[in-house]
Every structure is written in structure tokens, then in C-alpha cells.
Design a protein around this ligand. Structure first.
Ligand SMILES: NC(=O)c1ccc[n+]([C@@H]2O[C@H](COP(=O)([O-])OP(=O)(O)OC[C@H]3O[C@@H](n4cnc5c(N)ncnc54)[C@H](OP(=O)(O)O)[C@@H]3O)[C@@H](O)[C@H]2O)c1
Ligand SMILES: *[C@@H]1O[C@H](CO)[C@@H](O)[C@H](O)[C@H]1NC(C)=O
Length: 305
């Protein structure tokens, strides 16, 4: 064989080995049958979809959000899909007592906890998509009260819930799953508040992961780095925006998103990147931050409202 064919063969073997290495994660959906799972932010969106998927796999779930009427519907559907048990706690995760009630209820209903999936996203300052699609820099409206509330609901409450649940997770060699975003790895203009919470989650939970490893505690910490997902909230918003329909075509399906997060949690992955481009966002920021600055200045990613 020529030198070129040898090289091609070697490259092919490397690609196959790498492909197997990256895709082989020993996921066994059966491991979720009877598993006890707390998921936050389940009245709609990715959280609602995760509730249904855990239900189909035969898990015992406890879901939370503020809207009780919606939670009742999600619980009923989860039971019909095959959840061994389904409970809800209606509450505001921005309030310490509601976080405590959530973990306490899980303890009472299940007696153990295998998974804590932190997913909720909210604000007391009106619908968040208004902020996301506003196209306004921090400097134009430096609303520190909003910022404080946002971090309380989307960062502090994640830390609070995880801290309350850790004794249970340690006892069960459990799984902690934290839902983040590409903007928790790469920053972007007009989303400073969002990046603050999501980068904060990365910092806290990556540090916690090492602490647990060091203490030989068998609790896995999975950070799910998600891209643009076609949730009902986003779909509805974009339908009423010029070019919104077109932007929506680029959004990833919610079912596959929920599946990727569930799989990553079950296989104790450090991080999950879905869709794949969130991995590129993370690497670009690490390797060539000046380029990220440049495209941030040049590109208007979100459609104008
Ligand atoms: N969709 C995307 O494109 C995308 C992209 C990257 C990352 N993510 C991440 O994925 C996760 C889920 O996002 P999503 O798009 O599915 O969100 P969503 O559709 O807006 O749903 C958010 C959920 O959080 C609940 N929630 C809001 N404020 C709350 C509070 N104070 N206390 C308790 N629950 C509260 C909401 O229910 P109530 O209003 O009933 O309380 C709702 O169930 C978030 O962490 C988000 O950052 C999403
Ligand atoms: C951010 O806000 C500025 C100021 O309103 C706007 O000109 C720009 O298009 C926005 N950038 C992005 C990426 O949305």
C-alpha cells in the first residue's frame, strides 16, 4: 500500500475508535424503572417533557413549578404514560421554604432520592422572553432589582435545592443534573443577566463535583449545556415576531433535548452538549475569546421584536 493509503487507513481507524468512545456511554433505560426523581420547572417546556420521559421509563417523579393547575395535568398525564408514582409541589423556588417543602415531600413520599434535576427558569419581573428578545444592552436599562431576583431564582435556588438534597443523594449514590445553556459557556450581548446565572451554575457545580470526588462521595454532577430549543413558550413568542418562524426552524426538538439530558444524568456524564454546537460555543470561548467578542459585536442573532 502507498503511504497515502496507510495514512487513510490509520485516520479511519482513529475516527472509528473515537466515534465508539464518544458514543459508548452504557446507557441502560431500565436503570430508571422505579428510580425516584425530583424535577423542577415542570409546568411547561423541557421540564414537562422530561417528566413524561421519566414517566415512560417507569420512574417515580415529583415535579414542581408555581402553576398548580398545570402541574395537576402533567401529573395525570405522567401516570397515564407509566410513572410508578407522580406527585407535585406547587411553589416558588425563589422562596427558601418552598425549596425545603419540595425536598421534604420527596423524602416523605419516596424515602430516598436518586435524581435531582434542576431545570426551572423564571423571574418575578414579567415574562422572561420579553427580556430575552428585547435586544437591549445592560447599560440601556441597568435594572439591578431584576438582576437580584433573577439570580435568586435561577442560581441561588439551584444551590439551595442541591444542598437540601445532598444527604439523600449521598445515601443513594444519586445523580445531580443541572440544566444550563450555551450562554453558560459563551457570553453574548444583551444576555448578561442570563450568562451570570448560568456561568455561576457552572462554577458552583463544577467545584462541588470535585469536592464530592475528593470526599469519595458517589454523587454524579451533570451539567447540561443546551442550545436553542423549540419549547411552547419560545414557539409562541416567535410566531408573533417578524422572521420568527424562520428562526424557529433552527430550534432543536424538545423530545430529543429531554432525552439527551436524561441520558447524561443516568450515565453520570460530567457535561452534556445538545445540540452539538453548544460544544463549539464552549470551545471558542476558551480558545479564541477575541473572536467571540467580534461576532458578538457583529452578529444580531435574535430577531428584532
Ligand atoms: N428553551 C431554550 O431554548 C433553552 C436553551 C438553553 C437552555 N435552556 C434551559 O432549559 C431550562 C428549561 O427551559 P425552558 O425553555 O423549558 O423554560 P420554560 O418553558 O420557560 O419553563 C420554565 C419552567 O420553570 C418554572 N418556573 C419559573 N419560575 C419559577 C419559580 N420562581 N419557581 C418555580 N418554578 C418556576 C415555570 O413554571 P411556572 O411559571 O408555573 O412557575 C416553567 O415550568 C432552563 O434552565 C433554561 O435556561 C432552555
Ligand atoms: C443588543 O442590543 C442592542 C441595543 O439595543 C442592539 O442594537 C443589538 O442588536 C442587540 N444585540 C443582539 C445580539 O441582540
Amino acid at each position: 500500500m502507498s503511504r497515502f493509503s496507510w495514512f487513510s487507513l490509520l485516520a479511519l481507524i482513529c475516527a472509528v475508535v473515537l466515534g465508539i468512545y464518544w458514543n459508548y456511554d452504557a446507557y441502560d433505560p431500565e436503570s430508571l424503572r422505579g428510580a425516584t426523581v425530583v424535577i423542577t420547572g415542570c409546568s411547561t417546556g423541557i421540564g414537562e417533557e422530561m417528566a413524561y420521559q421519566y414517566a415512560r421509563l417507569g420512574a417515580k417523579i415529583l415535579i414542581t413549578a408555581r402553576r398548580e393547575d398545570r402541574l395537576k395535568e402533567v401529573v395525570a398525564k405522567s401516570v397515564s404514560l407509566g410513572a410508578q408514582e407522580a406527585h407535585y409541589v406547587a411553589g416558588d423556588m425563589g422562596k427558601a421554604e418552598d425549596c425545603e417543602r419540595t425536598i421534604q415531600t420527596a423524602k416523605e413520599k419516596f424515602g430516598r432520592l436518586d435524581y435531582l434535576v434542576l431545570n426551572h427558569l423564571g423571574s418575578n419581573f414579567g415574562p422572561l422572553h420579553d427580556k430575552f428578545f428585547k435586544g437591549e444592552s445592560w447599560d440601556q436599562d441597568p435594572d439591578v432589582d431584576f438582576f437580584e431576583d433573577f439570580l435568586n431564582i435561577n442560581l441561588v435556588s439551584y444551590v439551595r435545592l442541591a444542598s437540601l438534597a445532598l444527604p439523600l443523594l449521598k445515601a443513594s449514590s444519586g445523580h445531580l443534573v443541572v440544566v444550563s445553556s450555551g450562554f453558560g459557556k459563551m457570553y453574548w450581548p444583551n444576555l448578561s443577566f442570563y450568562s451570570s446565572a448560568k456561568f455561576g451554575l457552572d462554577g458552583f457545580f463544577s467545584s462541588l463535583r470535585v469536592e464530592l470526588m475528593k470526599a469519595r462521595q458517589d454523587v454524579s454532577v451533570t451539567l447540561a449545556v443546551l442550545g436553542f430549543i423549540a419549547t411552547p413558550t419560545i414557539s409562541e413568542k416567535l410566531q408573533n415576531v417578524p422572521d420568527g418562524e424562520k428562526a424557529l426552524e433552527g430550534a432543536a426538538p424538545i423530545g430529543e433535548t429531554a432525552q439527551a439530558v436524561i441520558r447524561g444524568g443516568a450515565t453520570r456524564a460530567r457535561e452534556v452538549y445538545y445540540p452539538f454546537y453548544t460544544w463549539i460555543m464552549a470551545k471558542l470561548t476558551g480558545l479564541v475569546p477575541q473572536f467571540v467578542d467580534y461576532i458578538g459585536v457583529r452578529v444580531n442573532m435574535l430577531p428584532e421584536s
